[in-house]
Design a protein around this ligand. Structure first.
Ligand code: GUN
Ligand code: FE
Length: 475
């Protein structure tokens, strides 16, 4: 398990981060100074190690001795620091099922594959095995912050929070609320029982990290069909009572699901203005600026307008939407409506633990939307990387903390290294040593980043830090 740095740190080399939706900023020969609490305290351009040590370290009042200062050099060819990824939607409890979905679609997938596995994680030993693995796996892919769904079970949900804290991954951890339309062996017994269990889990998670330095609880109504109106109302009341809590749920993923919501929550029953899915969450006080809505594949114009007006956020899950054939979400359209978007792996609706893969698939799915007639739907490399970092940070309400290399933000970062063809100039090609991306040496930096997005994987993720602490190192 990783240990806290507790020392000041100096990072040297190339730094790349998003500064606007369609813009990456490149800082070469730069130095980033991270204090012992993991906060970025200074960024200096055109700064070699000698100047950093002799001029800047003393100015910060730091000691330069080996026991006081850690120096990390990331300046090799095709090597750069990049902000850690934010996975805005994934089910830690479904990780053993990645890739196992056959030809299912959402509602039969839930019953066939998902509920039985989630229910089985009330076994603490099994939950420990699964949750430890998913945390380490996602960290190894550069995910420094994750918005997790656990299960209905309180002790194992709390265990997930404990494990995130000990492995050092920033996380939102949600106990899943569901009191209907699920098998009797896997659902809350009543709205009151669901709310009590939710409070219990929130209290525990807040107790292990009272300053919310890394871990925070998140209200998690699974989705409207699995929550009765009294439970939805109770969760809306809880959201109002605890205005610091984020909320996460699913919306408008699959057409049969949407029909089910209209049937279960006719507007006469909720007092909503229409029968729309977004209107149901809104009617229960669950559509807020702290709400993370996964999918949003089939939203209507008026729903997108409502979501934007409430400042709720959307987690785009292109891997899942493709795998279980939900549809192609229109990200450009959402962005133009003013809806903040990030990326989610949505394991195990999605089969990949990698946000880089989600970024690649977001680019690809946007091209399918474009082929459907909306040419401007295409997302660029810069745009999908923005969604993976800054956009995701905003989705989870941490845009002041993470997502870029700004003074005052935490050092949540990854060191990316691409494979250099013939690094010693001896005509030797070192096949696959550094993964699937070959650098020939003549590429521009934007070309290198594009090659990483389209062909990179965890072999390129050399080191990962959260809040200054080294949490993964590729051996
Ligand atoms: N809708 C309700 N529950 C789930 C889930 O676990 N995964 C996905 N993708 N959609 C859902
Ligand atoms: Fe999901």
């Amino acid at each position: 398990m990783a240990t806290p740095s507790k020392k000041d740190q100096l990072f040297l080399g190339s730094f790349i981060h998003s500064t606007k939706l369609d813009e990456l900023t490149y800082l070469h020969n730069a130095a980033v100074f991270v204090d012992a609490q993991g906060k970025i305290v200074h960024v200096e351009r055109d700064c070699d190690e000698q100047r950093a040590r002799e001029a800047l370290v003393p100015r910060l009042g730091w000691g330069a001795g080996e026991d006081e200062l850690v120096v990390v050099r990331g300046g090799g060819t095709g090597e750069f620091f990049f902000p850690g990824f934010v996975d805005t939607h994934l089910h830690a409890s479904q990780y053993p099922n990645v890739g196992i979905f056959g030809k299912s679609t959402l509602l039969d997938w839930l019953n066939t594959y998902t509920f039985p596995l989630e229910a089985s994680l009330s076994d603490q030993a099994k939950a420990r095995k699964v949750y430890s693995r998913v945390i380490r796996k996602t960290l190894s892919h550069g995910t420094t912050c994750a918005a997790y769904y656990a299960t209905v079970d309180v002790p194992s949900t709390n265990l997930l929070a404990d494990l995130c804290l000990s492995y050092g991954q920033r996380a939102l951890v949600g106990r899943v609320c569901m009191d209907q339309l699920a098998p009797s062996y896997y659902r809350d017994e009543s709205p009151a029982a669901s709310l009590a269990a939710t409070r219990e889990s929130i209290a525990y998670i807040e107790s292990i990290d009272p300053s919310r330095s890394l871990i925070r609880p998140v209200l998690t109504p699974r989705f409207a069909p699995s929550c009765s109106a009294p439970l939805m109302r109770g969760l809306g009341d809880l959201a109002a009572e605890m205005p610091h809590l984020p909320i996460q749920t699913h919306i408008s993923e699959n057409k049969n699901e949407i029909a089910l919501v209209a049937e279960l929550f006719p507007k006469a029953s909720t007092g909503a203005a229409d029968d729309s899915y977004a209107g149901v969450y809104d009617a229960f006080g669950l559509l807020t600026d702290r709400t993370i809505l996964a999918h949003g594949v089939h939203l209507s114009e008026s729903e997108a307008t409502l979501i934007a007006s409430r400042k709720a956020k959307v987690s785009h899950c292109p891997c899942s939407n493709s795998a279980i054939t939900s549809g192609a979400a229109r990200v450009r359209w959402l962005l133009e409506k003013g809806v903040v978007c990030g990326l989610g792996t949505d394991m195990s609706g999605g089969y990949s633990p990698s946000v880089l893969e989600a970024a690649r698939l977001a680019a690809l799915v946007s091209r399918h939307v474009a082929m459907g007639g909306d040419e401007k739907a295409k997302l660029s490399v810069e745009e999908v990387l923005y969604l993976a970092t800054r956009g995701g940070a905003e989705v989870v309400g941490l845009e002041d903390r993470v997502g870029g290399f700004e003074v005052g933000m935490d050092w949540d970062a990854q060191l990316v290294g691409l494979g250099v063809v013939d690094p010693l100039g001896e005509g030797v090609v070192d096949d696959q040593e550094d993964g699937n991306v070959d650098v020939f040496g003549w590429e521009t930096w934007p070309d290198l980043v594009a090659k990483w997005v389209y062909n990179g994987d965890d072999r390129n993720t050399k080191k990962v830090w959260v809040k200054g602490r080294l949490v993964h190192e590729r051996k």
